[in-house]
Ligand binder design. Structure first.
Ligand code: NAP
Length: 254
């Protein structure tokens, strides 16, 4: 049983896909949630839906590539819910998919701003608050691309590899301060990102039949589980639900 009653959680990239599913799951497990993303209407609607079902939720417009936006999200969570117990650094992009020689340097740079610096901004804003509290869990959404190379994904692979490094650095620095930092490698998930990947036609992932993708509520349940003490042994690693072993551990399969 994943019980997060009394916890206050922030989810970035909560307007759709894995982030939206994670916000709903964490709220179902009793957490108060702050949904952060650029799409104001979407995060507002999901927060309202959670409140209608008896949960506690707020939404804050946030572009993770700006540190001040993350700082505002942390402030809102502290002000409205009294603490910051969980941060899910989920916001991420893969577009535009292009081989290196065809890539646009400005677009490449923007992906670094979101996928890598966005996670750094979340860590930087949340850790002092969690240090003060003496506790906290941060889940960084990783990918098989953190350790594997794929054509057309140089921006994505490089940033996810760097996020894995951030997970390990943060764990090394703050494990002894009561802060747990862990990555989640979800495998392929049926979200808009996979629609984009399919339409690119570049690399073997784009050739996958959509039926092999797992639903977004699987990584959402894994995120909720990673926030519990049961998952403590995975601090500083990328926990994977690509295989049966990880899925079984979370309780996704028997
Ligand atoms: P998605 O459906 O495209 O959703 C991406 C989310 O990120 C949206 O909520 C989007 O919200 C948000 N986002 C993008 N740029 C942002 C920014 N600058 N500031 C704040 N939020 C931003 O993708 P997804 O599949 O759910 O991906 C979620 C995470 O899982 C990503 O980190 C991705 O790399 C990772 N992942 C996905 C898969 C997969 O197969 N789908 C596999 C491995 C890892 P706004 O546009 O409203 O800002």
């Amino acid at each position: 049983m994943t019980d997060l009653t009394g916890k206050a959680a922030i989810i970035t990239g909560a307007s759709r896909g894995i982030g939206a599913a994670a916000a709903r799951e964490l709220a179902t497990q009793g957490a108060s949630v702050v949904l952060a993303a650029r799409s104001h209407g979407e995060i507002n609607a999901i927060a309202e839906e959670i409140r209608d079902q008896g949960g506690r939720a707020e939404s804050v417009v946030c572009d993770v590539s700006h540190y001040r936006d993350l700082a505002k999200v942390i402030e809102t969570c502290q002000r409205d819910f009294g603490s910051v117990d969980i941060l899910v650094n989920n916001a991420g992009v893969i577009d535009p998919i292009a081989r290196l020689a065809d890539s646009d340097p400005d677009h490449w740079d923007k992906v670094v701003d979101i996928n890598l610096k966005g996670v750094y901004h979340g860590l930087r804003a949340a850790i002092p608050v969690m240090q003060e509290q003496g506790s906290g869990v941060i889940v960084n959404i990783s990918s098989g691309a953190a350790t594997g190379a794929l054509e057309g994904w140089s921006h994505y692979c490089a940033t996810k590899a760097a996020v894995f490094s951030l997970t390990r650095c943060a764990d090394k620095e703050y494990r002894n301060h009561g802060i747990r930092v862990v990555g989640l490698s979800p495998g392929t998930v049926a979200t808009d990102m996979q629609i984009s990947i399919k339409s690119s036609g570049i690399n073997p992932v784009s050739q996958l039949d959509p039926s092999v993708h797992i639903p977004a509520d699987w990584p959402a349940r894994a995120i909720a589980w990673l926030c519990t003490e049961d998952a403590a042994e995975f601090a500083g690693t990328d926990f994977s639900i690509k295989n049966d072993e990880g899925r079984r551990r979370v309780g996704l399969i028997d």
